[in-house]
Ligand binder design. Sequence first.
Ligand SMILES: Nc1ncnc2c1ncn2[C@@H]1O[C@H](COP(=O)(O)OP(=O)(O)O)[C@@H](O)[C@H]1O
Ligand SMILES: Cc1ncc(C[n+]2csc(CCOP(=O)(O)OP(=O)(O)O)c2C)c(N)n1
Ligand SMILES: [Mg+2]
Length: 346
Amino acid sequence: MGKESFRTIQSLGRDELIDELMEHNALSSDLVVKGYGDDSTVLNHQKGYQLLSSESFMEGVDFDLTYVPLHHLGYKIATAAVSDIYAMNGSPELVLVNLSVPNKISVDMLKEIYRGIGAAGKDYEFQIGGGDLTASHQTLGISISCYGEVAQDKIIYRKGAHEGDAVCVTGDLGGAAAGLRILMREKRFWEEQDQQQAFQPDLTDYEYVVRRQLVPVARKDFIEKIADLNILPTSMIDLTQGLASELQHLAEASEMGVYFYQAALPISLDTRRVADEMKEDVDKYALYGGEDFELMFTLPEEQVEGLADEFSDFTVIGQVTDKEEGIRMQKAEGEVVVFDGSGQQL
Ligand SMILES: Nc1ncnc2c1ncn2[C@@H]1O[C@H](COP(=O)(O)OP(=O)(O)O)[C@@H](O)[C@H]1O
Ligand SMILES: Cc1ncc(C[n+]2csc(CCOP(=O)(O)OP(=O)(O)O)c2C)c(N)n1
Ligand SMILES: [Mg+2]
């Protein structure tokens, strides 16, 4: 391939890349209700829909073995995979685990990863159904595909948000990014020492954010609560990447705009404390940090109170607007900023 034809992945962007790759897909099976482009793939099923989601973690890109306990790694990747099933209002049933294993990883280390996946299986109620195992030269790679189910009249897509709906998020945002900052700082500190000792930082002051990074929890509780209350959000997505990017995904799929308030972003005090210490803007953790695995959903205004009466761990951050209005954030001081197509703030 000539050098002029070498297009870098960065030059295209993630969503455009996936679109281009998928141009090679030749078939459109009757089984498939929604192919790629939402949190899970949706298939027809006698009783409802089947859901499929997939997550890959590469050492050095998605995790760093210096500071990630292996059972946490197993739990976290399972969380990431089931979170996409919950984001469709489904329940996970089974996962397939693919491992690419370098020589530096022992049997006991792999068993630790599986202990984490098994613990997630108990919490989220899925079975480990099989997988694949291959060797790798240097780096550990793990991928989990998750199979789940949802009743036809309960499925929630990214599309479906209506003008005027409240835009809501569960839990708090930016904690995982704050935790990553702390772990990276401690690693740098350790590297600057003579590295005689194993990496054993004292993280007691940062317990909350470090847990948010290492062992995030998918919001099964929210899915169960809305089922109990018979509340059906009009659209939903999980927050794997930062809020800005997922707002873009939801707004685009729904062909709507979103107006939201910076001051309304739910951010814990522990997360704020880390940003202060790092002299960084905490809202950037929430907007661009990612890995919070919270759910963002839209709900007709008149249903918000009913949900709030029964479930307190969610926040209204704004409302759905006309598509022409784009994605806009009103800053605490009143200034309004627009987000462009890539989710970056203009
Ligand atoms: N390599 C790929 N080929 C085809 N589709 C892909 C690929 N990677 C991701 N997708 C699809 O793009 C959509 C978004 O994926 P992704 O950004 O990984 O979402 P999430 O953050 O919810 O895991 C999904 O529908 C997924 O199936
Ligand atoms: C060593 C290390 N580097 C970076 C991160 C941060 N990180 C890893 S995955 C991720 C979220 C986005 O992941 P991506 O693969 O783009 O998401 P998906 O395919 O699931 O949408 C972030 C912020 C991390 N946790 N550990
Ligand atoms: Mg998702």
